[in-house]
Design a protein around this ligand. Sequence first.
Ligand code: GRF
Length: 200
Amino acid sequence: MTNFRVAVLISGNGSNLQAMIEEFESNELVDICCVISNKREAYGLKRASNANIDSYFIDHNQYDTRQEFEEKIILTLDKHNPDLVVLAGFMRILSNVLVSKYSGKLLNIHPSLLPKYKGLDTHRQVLENNEEFHGVTVHFVDNSLDGGPICAQSRIRVDTKDIKELEAKVHELEHEIYPRIINEIANGELYLANGVVIKK
Ligand code: GRF
């Protein structure tokens, strides 16, 4: 059986990428086929090279438009023929070019219980608003900011006022949920049909 190929797009630390590397190294089904970063200094690129994964730096500043930048990403992805493209801290708003090319095969993780707190700075807002719960969402990507059909959420009770502590707890949730959902998709247990998430 051929492996299920996952491409990972990052911009920074890549702790979610690391969680995937660790989960999938002992997993016969899923391969991380490549990592693409729009930031040269992204630590995730180092994580990829330590794990012998093909990695690429594609600088969005080199392109006049979002569309051209994404066309370059697609050319690079095409070399690896991914079954799934996962955004893991990829800090660029996407145009329809990438979203339509990978429709139903493009996944994101967002550090909030969507639809609450789209965009940046979610932990600060959760604390400021004295939310009882916070968490993470894994969702298929559509054309809206942090929108698209939700695959799964994990939540915790907010029991700290310390933003760093809260962020660390949310990261722990992320590192568990993202590889798990990717595994479910690879196994055919979760997929998108007519814009609706189906779980078997
Ligand atoms: C995570 O909080 C993720 O939810 C958000 O960006 C952050 C990336 O962290 N989209 P890392 O680079 O995986 O450590």
